[in-house]
Design a protein around this ligand. Structure first.
Ligand code: C5P
Length: 211
């Protein structure tokens, strides 16, 4: 695994703590991912950029015009990657892409906290929509990477995989479709998103090294 593949999810922690973790992990990972912290203040993007790239995981899902406006703001704030929900439809995803500036737009397929018998089919259908809309990548669980290989145009898409659970971290938390980092890389993930196993560790640096 390369350090460039790792994105640290900074969820449920205060800004001060998030910046501290980002500083400790500077140069050792691709960067960090923010979601809930953005609701406090989007200037967190600029602050985190001192320590690496920033992924604004806002999972936008609205009419095309509203999504376009949100993407414009996040792109202006410096987000390197921004998420939209693929279920928002192709016109919504196109509007996001057209207003993304230099930011990459990724489509969230099915949340890794969900699992039912149609998940695989839904993920491949939503990934196809994201490709048709001209997006840069998709977010899916590692368990669908194999099925995705059969989707036309998937090769050039960035594949981001959350729900990463190392063997030494026994908790699933709220995640259902989990996978080990080793398996996700083997199946073709470009980036791994990992949060609690690192951010809740006594020493995030030690946990990262173990990873
Ligand atoms: O703490 P944990 O490693 O479970 O964090 C995973 C992160 O990935 C969370 O920030 C969550 O919002 C995000 N995510 C996910 N499933 C998706 C898309 C994003 O778990 N499909």
């Amino acid at each position: 695994m390369k350090k460039e593949n790792l994105i640290i999810a900074l969820d449920g922690i205060a800004e001060k703590e998030a910046l501290k973790i980002a500083r400790i992990l500077k140069g050792k990972v691709w960067g960090s991912k923010v979601g809930d912290l953005l609701y406090e203040d989007s200037s967190i993007i600029r602050k985190l950029k001192k320590f690496g790239h920033v992924f604004a995981d806002v999972k936008l899902h609205d009419i095309p015009n509203t999504v376009a406006n949100s993407v414009k703001r996040l792109s202006y704030a410096g987000a390197d990657m921004i998420t939209v929900h693929a279920s928002g439809g192709v016109p919504m995803m196109k509007a996001a892409k057209q207003n993304a500036g230099r930011s990459k737009i990724l489509a969230v397929t099915v949340l890794t906290s969900q699992n039912n018998k149609n998940t695989k089919r839904n993920v491949t259908k939503l990934a196809q929509d994201a490709i048709d809309a001209g997006l840069d990548g998709v977010v899916c669980s590692g368990r669908e990477l194999k099925a995705l290989k059969g989707v036309r145009g998937i090769k050039s898409m960035i594949k981001v995989v959350p729900g990463i659970r190392p063997v030494w971290y026994s908790k699933k938390d709220d995640q259902k479709r989990t996978i080990t980092p080793h398996e996700a890389i083997r199946l073709g993930a470009d980036y791994l998103v990992i949060g609690r196993p690192i951010t809740k560790a006594k020493s995030p640096l030690k946990a990262l090294n173990e990873l």
